[in-house]
Design a protein around this ligand. Sequence first.
Ligand SMILES: Nc1ncnc2c1ncn2[C@@H]1O[C@H](COP(=O)(O)OP(=O)(O)OP(=O)(O)O)[C@@H](O)[C@H]1O
Ligand SMILES: [Mg+2]
Length: 344
Amino acid sequence: MTAAAPGAPALQPTAATAPGAGKLLEAIGVSKSYWRRGSLLQGRIENRALDQVSLDLAPGEILGLVGESGCGKSTFAKVLLGLETADTGSLDVGDVRIFGPHRRPIPAAQRGIQMVFQDPYGSLNPRMVVRDLLSEGLRIRGGLSRTEIADEVQRHLALVGLGTDALTKYPHQFSGGQRQRLCIARAIIVKPKVLIADEAASSLDVSVQMQVLNLLLDLRDRIGLGIVFISHDMGVIEYLCDRIAVMYRGRVVEEGMASDILDRPRHPYTNLLIAARPRVGQRRQPGRTAGPEDDPAAIELAPGEPETRCLYAERCSRALDRCRVERPPLATHGTTKLACFNPL
Ligand SMILES: Nc1ncnc2c1ncn2[C@@H]1O[C@H](COP(=O)(O)OP(=O)(O)OP(=O)(O)O)[C@@H](O)[C@H]1O
Ligand SMILES: [Mg+2]
């Protein structure tokens, strides 16, 4: 956990609502809507980017968050990080309530959550050499001498497989994969409890992608980092993740152990995603048939309009009449959680 800035509120353990033992992160019922102005008749139109999302993460676990473009993956990450404010719901990191009803949210820098983005070049200041890029977070946090900071920088460079010759180089002097490793080093140097990787390997060449994925696995094993790995690529999710949560239009529709979900997807949407997945180490075939990610859609609602149906029903070959009038709750089915009235 990042140390509190001077004058910042002290982090208080949550008493009554402390997360269950072993949970590193627990989000409950998180919703977030974006609003836009429609026509005179429509009034304000709500885009419900997150609708009652509940997810948790154990120490040393990699949770894959998967789903088509626009389903809310990045919005969920931004809400966890504090870059966006949730409309409802709560978040605990360890025994600290980060936000929740009647609580002032803990500022982003004190949440113990760091993020690695898709574009490693865009997220590194091109005018700073690596020594300054990596030490910045430690200097802002305070409490370490210059020698201690220099030692930490070198140690983290080594952790991500880079040598001390990198210290005086600028971001443009590295390859894409090396830059992404620098981003990971910069994120973990402030000792977060949770790392969120949002499409962190998606822009990389297949072999470099493997290096970054293996580095995340290594960090999970060596420093017990909990990782939320966001991707629309089921192949990468399969390679990396212990547990998978599948999102569809702002909702979690299936969640469980990766092996269970991959071997026996129960939600028709998960089944479609898995059937269309490329394997890690393989390039996508040109001219492939359209996959679910080719059909981005957002839920747009007029103010106050309840969303009382399965949002997948219109695309689902197994939809029942009930699916069009009733929202399937995310309920436990054996070892997985599922929001479907007619699962596979
Ligand atoms: N700042 C914003 N203002 C308005 N709408 C937004 C904003 N950010 C996201 N949205 C909308 O919220 C929904 C979820 O977007 P989000 O970026 O979370 O999707 P995603 O699952 O990360 O997609 P992708 O795989 O393409 O990155 C989309 O409908 C998007 O248009
Ligand atoms: Mg995104």
